[in-house]
Design a binder for this molecule. Structure first.
Ligand code: 3HC
Ligand code: NAI
Length: 709
């Protein structure tokens, strides 16, 4: 039997312990080990029942996700877990799964093959496979509806959200909630049921009778609305439906076919890339687990505008007391009113209790002075995007803050080193770039200045996790990773309308590609005035003679700032519903005519290629300039901060799936058409395409280099 699975005895109860740190994934050796242990327990006449438990922090987090890549590439055949789980279910002695931490995916499927399940109060169960673009593939779609009913099984298999112990008990997924002394209580429970007759889950067909076509039709509709363009939720529903129509074995066969369809499709590759990427971005060469971090117990925010308010909420949501300072009473009142309104909306939606809202508000201290800033462990500046204003604020806070207080700027593009130069402690200064709305968006771009200490970086990365964010490290440059790349993306969107595409066509093409919103809709939402101010600030860097978008400035001069003024690229009604704006269309046409731009029919494919390849090309430069550590850091930035579809894996991964040779050829064609200033291919992209390799190869080489170094 493999070392990964241990068999021991507690009196007349056998205990099978899975010990595969960190999360007891069902890696090769584990299913075989469980099967062998169950057999041994069956043979041992002194044993009356069996407990199956996980060592460490969790029961079983699922199949080993790393194996999927090997299977898809043909390096390893697909190991079906079904026969192994069948052997648990076929055990002549009752098996009790003892769940703590998580029983996710294959972990829950293992637990459901046992005859009983006991769970600690804080544990969770779930079938999160759809989040990886997969469906449960080890009988989950067949056993779960038998235990929990079709509706709950659809919710869990197609939605992928975890279910807490109490909910799992109510639904029938588990049989009992026990105390945190899990092993002892599970063994006692096993002893208490050992003499009783027990049933196999596969034979518990009663709850399948509740199925009717309406349930499945509604589930499909919901899945399409919630997970636009995603295939796996629909296949999960198909598979649960199969459970209601086919005998268990045939249902499992159908499940395996649907699982394979998802596994070999592109969406699971993209989502698995994002799963590991989300974890990879926390690894920074030279900033290891042993790097000291500062303890963050109190925070202070300067500015209660759009971002300051959201950042204040992010801290309060994490239970960190936070002071928020404004310059004038009306601005402070407005900021606080927004915070209250946001919380109240969440309460109204039933996603937060009134008591929790009150608790969070109690953590927030609004004020017009710097009182208490000398106690803060971190101060986050979120004032106007203007270097002089920011330097003034940093000069002030540098005088007040205690020596080990981190001074963070939420700037979206300005030079962190110049901001740090306003202080006597540049090693404590860092960029903490949140995304709007800061209490919701998951990305935190952590920007390292030349002198930022590694302890300050490590603290920001860890703090990001505490605030529920995904923190990505960027080096200091204009726009860092995300906004530097978004420049060419927005540029192309605007060029396309000047060349003849409609605003709606550009938005729709990118929405259909999978972006959360079209680029011009994003511009209207963020406020055209924001980009206008930035363009003015950076006008000195513009290269003379290079084409630049012409319409946005004119819209701003007309007072059209997007949603906030009701008109921008589109026009908006009171409910902020957009419709085409004929005056904008006329303005675009007139501007193009005056500039001598030839207007033509433009396909959706060209819109997607120009906008997305502009991102990819700039992304390659960001990578070779060392602004991002890895290509996957760019992907995570775009998926969590810019609404890039996770199932496409992010812009760099998407380029890999298209093939860098194809991407390069298209960029070279754009270069011939629109000039080298705008479209010269990034040298790294050219090199990788010529070598027939990919951005993922680049990441692997960098990682190997970092390890060797
Ligand atoms: N397979 C392989 N590695 C896994 C894994 C899995 N199922 N789950 C987690 N890991 C790895 C992570 O990559 C990470 O590795 P690293 O330290 O090298 O970066 C390490 O385990 C720790 O993971 P987290 O950082 O995520 O730890 P947390 O404590 O924050 O979270 C968790 C733990 C809630 C279990 C979370 O890891 C998780 O949700 N894991 C994925 C669960 C999942 O999707 N299961 C379904 C798998 S597919 C399946 O089971 C198919 C089946 O139906 C046939
Ligand atoms: P905003 O205009 O909504 O808020 C700025 C606030 O700072 C105003 O309320 C102003 O009164 C206040 N302020 C100015 N000087 C101050 C001082 N000395 N002390 C206290 N308060 C002061 O601006 P917004 O959008 O919140 O932007 C703030 C920063 O966040 C900028 O650097 C911006 O680039 C960045 N950012 C903005 C994003 C967005 O989508 N709006 C996204 C990410 C970053």
């Amino acid at each position: 039997m493999a070392e990964l699975v241990k068999l021991s005895r507690q009196g007349d109860i056998a205990v099978i312990t899975i010990d595969n740190p960190p999360v007891n994934a069902l890696s090769p050796g584990i299913p075989e080990g469980i099967q062998e242990a169950v057999k041994q327990a069956a043979r041992d006449s002194a044993i009356r029942a069996v407990v199956l438990i996980g060592a460490g922090q969790t029961f079983i987090a699922g199949a080993d996700i790393r194996e999927f890549g090997k299977i898809v590439s043909g390096a390893r055949p697909r190991l079906s877990l079904l026969p192994y789980l069948q052997s648990i279910e076929d055990s002549p002695k009752p098996v009790v799964a003892a769940i703590h931490g998580q029983a996710f995916g294959g972990g829950l499927e293992t637990a459901m093959s046992a005859h009983y399940r006991v769970i600690t109060p804080t544990a969770q169960v779930g079938q999160p496979e759809v989040k990886l673009g997969l469906i449960p593939g080890a009988g989950g779609t067949q056993r779960l509806p038998r235990l929990a009913g079709v509706v709950k099984a659809l919710e869990m298999c197609a939605g992928g959200e975890p279910v807490k112990a109490q909910d799992a008990l109510m639904a029938g997924v588990v049989d009992r909630i026990v105390g945190e002394n899990l092993l002892e209580e599970a063994v006692a429970f096993a002893g208490s049921i050992a003499a009783e007759p027990f049933r196999k889950t596969r034979e518990r067909n009663e709850k399948l009778a509740q199925a009717n076509p309406v349930i499945f039709a509604v589930a499909r509709q919901q899945a399409q609305a919630k997970a636009r363009q995603m295939i796996a939720p629909l296949r999960a529903i198909d598979s649960v439906e199969a459970a209601t129509k086919l005998p268990f074995d045939a249902g499992c066969k159908r499940e395996a076919e649907l699982f394979n369809e998802c596994l070999f499709g592109d969406q699971s590759k993209g989502l698995i890339h994002v799963f590991f990427g989300e974890r990879a971005v926390s690894k920074i060469p030279g900033v290891g687990k042993d790097t000291k971090t500062y303890s963050i117990k109190r925070a202070a925010i300067v500015g209660a505008g759009t971002m300051g308010g959201g950042i204040t909420m992010a801290y309060a949501n994490a239970g960190i007391p936070v002071i928020v300072k404004e310059t004038a009473a009306d601005a402070l009142d407005r900021g606080l009113a927004n915070i209250r309104k946001n919380y109240a909306n969440t309460v109204a939606k039933g996603k937060l209790s009134q008591a929790a809202m009150n608790q969070r508000l109690a953590l927030i201290t609004p004020q017009l002075t710097y009182d208490g800033f000398d106690q803060a462990d971190i101060i986050v500046e979120a004032v106007f995007e203007n270097m002089q204003v920011k330097k003034q604020v940093f000069t002030e806070i540098d005088k007040i803050a205690k020596p080990d207080c981190i001074l963070a700027s939420n700037t979206s593009s300005l030079d962190i080193d110049e901001i740090a130069s306003a202080t006597a402690r540049p090693e404590m200064v860092i960029g903490n770039h949140f995304f709007s709305p800061a209490n919701v968006m998951r990305l935190l771009e952590v920007v390292r200045g030349k002198k930022t200490s590694k302890e300050v970086i490590a603290t920001s990365m860890a703090l990001g996790k505490r605030l529920g964010k995904v923190a990505v490290l960027a080096e200091n440059c204009h726009g860092f990773i995300g906004n530097r790349m978004v420049g060419p993306y927005f540029r192309e969107a605007q060029f396309l309308v000047e060349e003849g595409a409609s605003v709606e066509q550009v938005n729709q093409a990118l929405y259909d590609f999978g972006m959360a919103m079209g680029p011009l809709a994003v511009d209207d939402l963020a406020g055209l005035d924001v980009g206008w101010a930035i363009r003015k600030e950076f006008a000195r860097f513009e290269k003379p003679g290079v084409r630049k978008p012409l319409v946005a400035d004119k819209l701003c001069e007309m007072g059209r700032f997007g949603q906030k003024t009701g008109r921008g690229w589109s026009q908006y009604d009171e409910k902020r519903k957009p419709s085409p704006d004929p005056e904008t269309a006329a303005l675009i046409e007139k501007t193009a005519r005056e500039a001598g731009i030839e207007r033509r029919q433009i396909s959706s494919q060209e819109i997607v290629d120009r906008c997305i390849y502009a991102l990819v090309n700039e992304g390659a430069r960001v990578l070779e300039d060392g602004i991002a550590l890895r290509a996957v850091d760019i992907d995570i930035t775009y998926v969590f901060g810019y609404g890039f579809p996770a199932w496409r894996g992010g812009p760099m991964f998407y380029a890999d799936t298209v093939g860098l040779g194809t991407v390069l050829a298209r960029i070279e064609a754009f270069e011939r058409q629109h000039g080298a200033d705008l479209w010269a291919p990034a040298p790294l992209l050219k090199k990788l395409a010529q070598e027939k390799s990919a951005f993922s190869d680049f990441d692997q080489q960098r990682e190997a280099g970092a390890m060797a170094g």
